[in-house]
Design a protein. Structure first.
Length: 290
């Protein structure tokens, strides 16, 4: 009986050592200038100009906030399938590489605020289908959101587009977000013309006031509604956009145009006669003086 137990006794330490090695490998390799605690990797506020080349494979929460990162290599997140939160706020990012989120299927929280984005491109977050919260606020140069920018984000619940440079947004970009319950739009120079009516109608029927910054989102133009909160505009505010001319209106306009043209011709004719008479009178006066 004694010899039969020896292999098990010898195998036990190897199993313990192997398990320890696996555990150490998952949590090892903390990048320089970063702090690693469990699955959280904090590289914030280190004046980094580029992302750390390698991260622990089990990274679940990554903070690269408050640095000077201007670009991210393609495929950077491909190996980090456990990543659930990514904080990239307060950097110098103007774009994201295509397919960045291809391996990050569990990513739920993404913060891109305080960067240099001018465009939210088509399919920018297509592979991040698990996103629940997306923050694009405080990108003052953000002028346009592509109609397909948020395609594939069926689970997204909160979207922050506040304090950018948006004057309009395509309704197509938001209609593809069935799970959206919170939307922040304040601090943008919204132009509340006729083109804004479909979006405002959707906004009133879809987003609850308590889940939006409806009082901070104001119209910048046209002058007659400047300073008015977006959600204060009603259907009556866009009545002028729906005015149509009847046949009688067109006939009246045509008649007025005809009368004006006749009056113009008559006026020019009378002015011509008057000028001719004045010329003859002046010439006759000169002849009498001679």
């Amino acid at each position: 009986a004694g010899p039969r137990r020896r292999p098990a006794m010898l195998l036990g330490p190897w199993l313990v050592a192997a398990a320890a090695a696996v555990a150490a490998g998952a949590g090892a390799g903390c990048p320089v200038l970063c702090t690693c605690r469990g699955q959280a990797v904090d590289c914030s506020g280190q004046r980094l100009f580029s992302v750390p080349p390698e991260l622990p494979l089990d990274t679940g929460n990554l903070s690269l906030a408050h640095n000077r990162i201007a670009s991210i290599p393609p495929g950077y997140l491909a190996c980090y399938g456990q990543l659930r939160a990514l904080d990239l706020r307060n950097n110098s990012l103007a774009a994201l590489p295509a397919g960045l989120f291809l391996g990050a299927r569990r990513l739920a929280h993404l913060d891109l605020s305080y960067n240099n984005f001018s465009l939210v491109a088509a399919d920018m977050f297509l592979e991040a289908s698990g996103l629940l919260r997306l923050d694009l606020s405080h990108n003052p140069g953000l002028r346009r959101v592509h109609p397909q920018a948020f395609r594939g984000l069926a689970q997204l619940r909160e979207l922050d587009l506040s304090y950018g440079g948006l004057s309009a947004i395509s309704l197509d970009a938001l209609e593809g977000l069935p799970g959206l319950v919170g939307l922040r739009l304040g601090g943008n120079p919204w132009v509340c013309g006729c083109a804004m009516e479909p979006f405002l109608k959707w906004l009133r029927g879809r987003i609850q006031r308590c889940a939006s910054d409806s009082q901070l989102a104001e119209c910048r133009a046209p002058p007659e509604v400047a300073g008015a909160p977006l959600l204060s505009l009603t259907e009556e505010s866009f009545q002028a956009c729906h005015l149509t001319l009847t046949l009688d209106d067109y006939l009246f306009i045509a008649f007025v145009g005809f009368v004006v043209s006749i009056a113009s011709v008559a006026t020019n004719f009378l002015l011509g006669i008057t000028a001719n008479c004045c010329h003859r009178w002046s010439k006759a006066s000169e002849d009498e003086d001679v």
